[in-house]
Write a protein that binds this ligand. Structure first.
Ligand code: HEM
Length: 541
C-alpha cells in the first residue's frame, strides 16, 4: 500500500514537473518564427512586457522585428505577436471559432465580476450578447444623451467650484474618473454613484479605480487562476482565498466583494421599480440596465439571463466602461494642454455649435457630427490606445494567413503560419496604430487633421473596416466592444462641455503614462496611484 502511494505521489510530481517545463523541450509551431531572445529563463519576455514602463522594450521589438514575430512567455511558452491586419481579421472574424479568450481572462473575470459578457464563452456569451445588443443601439443612445449631458453639466460645475476656490492645479484624472463612473451609473445603470458635488473621494469610485491596476499587479498569480474552478466547492475556494497570504489578493477580494454587493443592490432596486411599473416611460427607464431588464422580462425562458448573469453585467460595464473612457479623456486633455493651437481650434468648433444650439442640452447628433471633435478623439485613440493589445489562444489546429509575409529564422519567406492548439496570439493595437507602413511617415505625430482628409490606402486594410474607423481600439468580431458608441458619446459630450467652460494648460510637471490593462497617468512610474494635475482656467460666465 505504502509503495503504491509513493508511486502515485512520485508519478503526480513527475507529471507536474513535466507539465511545468514541457515548454522548454517540446517542439513548438513557432520555433521557426524569429523573435527576441528570452530575458529570463523562467519568465521569458513576460517581465519586460508586463512592466508599467514597458514602452521602450515594446518599441524596440516593433522596430527590430517584422510585423509578426515570436515572444517568450512563462516556463518556455511561446506566443505569436502581430500587427498584421489580415492575421487579426482571421483571428477575430473569419476563423474566430479556432481562437478564444485566454482561460485566465474568462475565469479571472468570472471570479472578480461574476458571469457577465467578459466571463462567458460560446452559447452563453452569444445569448448574453443577443439580449444586450439593442440596449446599445443608436436609438437608445439618442435617448441616453441628455442623461449623460446632465451628468457632465454637474461635473463642470464641480470643477468650476474647485477652480474658483483654489489656484492650485486640478487633478483632472480624478474628475474624469468620477465623471466616467457617474455617466456609466446614470446612463448605463440608472443609478447615481456620486453626486459630483465636491473634490471628496467616493469609496466605491476608489475601489473601481483600483480594480484594473490591482489585477495588473497580480499578473503572475493570475496565470494560475484558471485552475481554481477545480479546487473543490465554492465555499472551500472562498475559504482558500480568505486564507491566501498575499496583500494584492486580499485587496482584490475586498474590491470584488464591494462591487458585487453594490451590483446586487442596483439590480434589486431596478427590478422592484420595474415590477411596480415605475420607470417604464420616463427618463428613469432609458438607461441600458432598464432596457436590458425589460428585454429580459419579455424574453423566452431559454433566452432569459439568470439573476447572477444580470448582476455580472453591472460589474462588467463598470469595469469595461469607466477606466477605459476616463483615461483616454485624460490623455486628450493632457495633449490639448500642450497643443494649445488645437485646443483653440476645437473650442472654436464647440462655440460655433453652441451658438447654433443656444442653451439647449447636447444631443447625440450634435456631438457626433462635429468634424474636429471627431478627429481629436480618433487621433488620440490612434496614437494613445488605452487598451494596448488583444490576446487569444488557439482552440484547434489552424493556419494563420498574413498580409505581410515575414522571413523565418532560416531566411525563407512565410506567407501563412500553421498554429497548434494552445498557442497564444497577441495583436498589438499599440503597434498597429503606430506603424509608419500603415499610417505614413508621420505615424508618431499627434495630428487630428489626418482624419479630415481620406486615410492612406494602407490604413484601410481591414476588409469592411472596423467598428471604429479602421482603428482597432474596440477590437473586431463577435467579442468586439459592445459599448464603443456609448464611450464615444460620453467622450464627445464631456469634451464639448469642458472646452466651452475651461482652458487647460500644463501645470509644469511631467505626466508619466503607465502601461497596464488600461494605460493611466501618474506623476512618476513608481507612483502608487494615478493622477494628472493640469492648470485649469474657467472661461465661461
Ligand atoms: C475608451 C473606451 C473603451 C475601450 C478602449 C474599450 C475597449 C474594448 C476592447 C478592446 C474590447 C475587446 C476585448 C477582447 O476582445 O478581448 C472590449 C470589450 C468590451 N467592452 Fe469595451 N471599451 C471601451 C468602453 C466600453 C464601455 C463604455 C462599455 C460599457 C458600457 C464597454 C463594455 C465592453 C464589454 C461588455 C466588452 C466585452 C464584449 C464581449 O465579450 O462580447 N466598453 N472593449
Amino acid at each position: 500500500m505504502a509503495l503504491l502511494l509513493t508511486a502515485i505521489v512520485a508519478g503526480g510530481l513527475g507529471w507536474l514537473i513535466w507539465w511545468a517545463f514541457r515548454g522548454y523541450v517540446v517542439k513548438s509551431c513557432l520555433d521557426h518564427i524569429p523573435g527576441p531572445p528570452r530575458t529570463s529563463f523562467l519568465t521569458g519576455n513576460f517581465g519586460d512586457m508586463m512592466r508599467r514602463d514597458c514602452w521602450k522594450f515594446v518599441d524596440h521589438l516593433l522596430e527590430s522585428y517584422s510585423t509578426t514575430f515570436k515572444i517568450h512567455g512563462l516556463l518556455g511558452d511561446k506566443t505569436l505577436y502581430t500587427i498584421d491586419p489580415i492575421a487579426v481579421q482571421s483571428v477575430l472574424v473569419k476563423d474566430n471559432l479556432s481562437y478564444e479568450e485566454t482561460d485566465e481572462f474568462i475565469v479571472g473575470n468570472g471570479l472578480v465580476l461574476g458571469p457577465g459578457l467578459i466571463a462567458t464563452l460560446g452559447d452563453v456569451h452569444r445569448k448574453q450578447r443577443k439580449i444586450l445588443g439593442p440596449s446599445f443601439s443608436n436609438t437608445n443612445l439618442r435617448a441616453i444623451a441628455p442623461i449623460i449631458d446632465q451628468v457632465v453639466e454637474r461635473l463642470c460645475s464641480a470643477i468650476k467650484a474647485q477652480v474658483k476656490t483654489s489656484p492650485e492645479p486640478v487633478d483632472m484624472l480624478n474628475w474624469m474618473s468620477r465623471g466616467a463612473l457617474e455617466m456609466l451609473g446614470k446612463g448605463g445603470l440608472g443609478y447615481s454613484f456620486d453626486p459630483l458635488e465636491s473634490p471628496a473621494h467616493n469609496p466605491y469610485g476608489d475601489a473601481v479605480k483600483a480594480l484594473l491596476p490591482t489585477m495588473f499587479a497580480f499578473a503572475l498569480h493570475w496565470l494560475f487562476v484558471s485552475w481554481t474552478p477545480y479546487l473543490g466547492t465554492p465555499q472551500f475556494r472562498r475559504w482558500l482565498l480568505d486564507m491566501y497570504p498575499h496583500r494584492t489578493a486580499q485587496k482584490l477580494r475586498g474590491i470584488s466583494d464591494l462591487m458585487w454587493r453594490n451590483a446586487v443592490r442596483i439590480v434589486d432596486e431596478k427590478k422592484a421599480a420595474l415590477e411596480k411599473g415605475e420607470g417604464l416611460d420616463d427618463d428613469e427607464g432609458k438607461d441600458i440596465m432598464s432596457v436590458l431588464l425589460k428585454a429580459n422580462m419579455n424574453a423566452s425562458a431559454q433566452d432569459r439571463l439568470s439573476d447572477d448573469q444580470v448582476i455580472g453585467q453591472v460589474n462588467t460595464f463598470v469595469l469595461a466602461g469607466t477606466d477605459t473612457t476616463s483615461n483616454i479623456m485624460s490623455r486628450i486633455l493632457d495633449v490639448l494642454s500642450i497643443r494649445q493651437d488645437m485646443q483653440d481650434r476645437l473650442r472654436s468648433e464647440v462655440m460655433k455649435a453652441r451658438a447654433e444650439l443656444g442653451a439647449s442640452e447636447l444631443s447625440f447628433d450634435t456631438v457626433m457630427e462635429m468634424p474636429l471633435l471627431d478627429a481629436v478623439c480618433k487621433e488620440s485613440f490612434r496614437l494613445y490606445p488605452p487598451v494596448l493589445a488583444i490576446d487569444r489562444v488557439v482552440q484547434k489546429d489552424t493556419v494563420l494567413p498574413l498580409a505581410n509575409p515575414i522571413n523565418d529564422v532560416h531566411g525563407n519567406p512565410v506567407y501563412k503560419i500553421p498554429l497548434t492548439k494552445g498557442t497564444g496570439v497577441t495583436f498589438s493595437i499599440y503597434g498597429y496604430h503606430r506603424s509608419k507602413d500603415i499610417w505614413g511617415e508621420d505615424a508618431l505625430e499627434w495630428k487630428p487633421d489626418r482624419w479630415l482628409v481620406p486615410l492612406p490606402e494602407t490604413a484601410r486594410m481591414f476588409p469592411g473596416g472596423t467598428p471604429f474607423a479602421n482603428l482597432m481600439n474596440f477590437a473586431l468580431g463577435h467579442r468586439s466592444c459592445i459599448g464603443y458608441r456609448y464611450a464615444e458619446l460620453e467622450m464627445k459630450i464631456t469634451l464639448f462641455r469642458l472646452m466651452e467652460s475651461f482652458k487647460f494648460s500644463s501645470a509644469g510637471v511631467d505626466i508619466y503614462w503607465n502601461a497596464s490593462h488600461v494605460v493611466f497617468p501618474s506623476l512618476t512610474k513608481d507612483s502608487p496611484a494615478g493622477s494628472m494635475p493640469l492648470k485649469v482656467q474657467f472661461i465661461k460666465a
